[in-house]
Ligand binder design. Sequence first.
Ligand code: KIV
Ligand code: ZN
Length: 524
Amino acid sequence: MTDAPRQDRVLIFDTTLRDGEQSPGATMTHEEKLEIAAMLDEMGVDIIEAGFPIASEGDFRAVSEIAKNAVNARICGLARANPTDIDRAWEAVKHARQNRIHTFIGTSPLHRAIPGLSQDEMADLIHQTVSHARNLCEDVQWSPMDATRTEWDYLKRVVEIAIKAGATTINIPDTVGYTAPEESADLIRRLIAEVPGGEDVIFATHCHNDLGMATANALAAVAGGARQIECTINGLGERAGNTALEEVVMALKVRGDIMPWTTGVDTRKIMAISRRVATVSGFPVQFNKAIVGKNAFAHESGIHQDGMLKNRENFEIMRPEDVGLAASSLPLGKHSGRAALRDKLGNLGFEVGDNQLKDVFVRFKELADRKKEVFDEDIIALVRAGEEDSADALKLVSMKVVCGTGGPAEATVEMEIDGKDVSATAEGDGPVDATFKAVRALHPNEAHLQLYQVHAVTEGTDAQATVSVRLEEDGVIATGTSADTDTVVASARAYIHALNRLMVRRAKAGPGADKREINWKDAS
Ligand code: KIV
Ligand code: ZN
């Protein structure tokens, strides 16, 4: 990482594991967080906000371990404006070769009302807490939450206080996605020019996408002088999400002519991490999402295909290879061997170890027996699908479903539960409902189904379906995924996968250990 960025270098601060993971339903397991952090580190992200250490034992453990493992990136932990939070954040990030404490408080009139502080009381608190953080760590980021709805004079005053107290980065959050590009640029420009000491710190931009302007607002802030963009993979985040990393990074790369700022991100690693984040968060990427959507590089209409064949620049402003999409996508078939599969996985951006390759190969062969051509999307679904782990307590052995017009569907499900074979039959409102009821008869649970989603992976009636199931029980959330040419089988597997993960998560959590008991917006 470049510690003192040149004027043309923009730091990328990724908050997928904090702001992204905080969005309801996007919780990741400990191992998944470590894996995503390693991918971010390897792709050249400058700062990784790894979590909110005070929020739970699980968050603390994840941030500490990410800090120990990081090779290039600076590791940051979030803290509210109080010494306990700040100490906890420091305890977690202090293991990193390069670390940062990020402390924040809501400064707008609405947010000041939450802790019920006057302007002067809050100003004092900002001075105390930033000084406290700076005594622990030489790299301190401070954020006036809801900055874009904070009175200008007060914003200027508190930014100056934070700089004097030792903040090295001042982040200006558009917490509710309220600002617009010109205003975003202007705000940063004026802060740099008018706040004493403003020239000596890095200004960061942190935009939410409520009005669909997060990317435009972040880039405008850079034009105004910001030199750090806060963002998440796939734009993951609360409500409409955060600025998408892939969008700002590619915009700067493609339009360097009018936006002459560079990042340290290896853009060829974008697709792999996008897919991984989609899988582990259970938030699929919309098909027409910029840069990483399934259709972002697809040219279906006759005119477009004709134009592409004549000269790809007719309809393509960036090359698929630049974001890590395989240039060729010849399908595999049942005669393809392990080497061809490994090669394909590599082209698709998956680095698999020997064990995972063995597992994916078995499932690939099963699929190739049922499906003439196995496309890239099928392979991606195979890797993504949360398959049964040998340690799983619940396993699907077999199932049979009878459904049709004029009556309820009936599902008979055979499962192995803690090593014992059991089976149950249940009726339901359609085949999926009947199947889930049969699973519940075998493994009674109170888990509430938060999300059930089906996507066809490719075209045609023999296409695989990927199914995501999100369950919630006592505040603990788990997502399961699976893929199969039979949608009902994929649904059963995804449901069982989610139940297994829920059990593991609840067991690890103990009473509340992995649960976020605190209100993160309660800033003091
Ligand atoms: O959106 C926001 O204001 C935040 C802060 C904690 C920086 O995420
Ligand atoms: Zn945010």
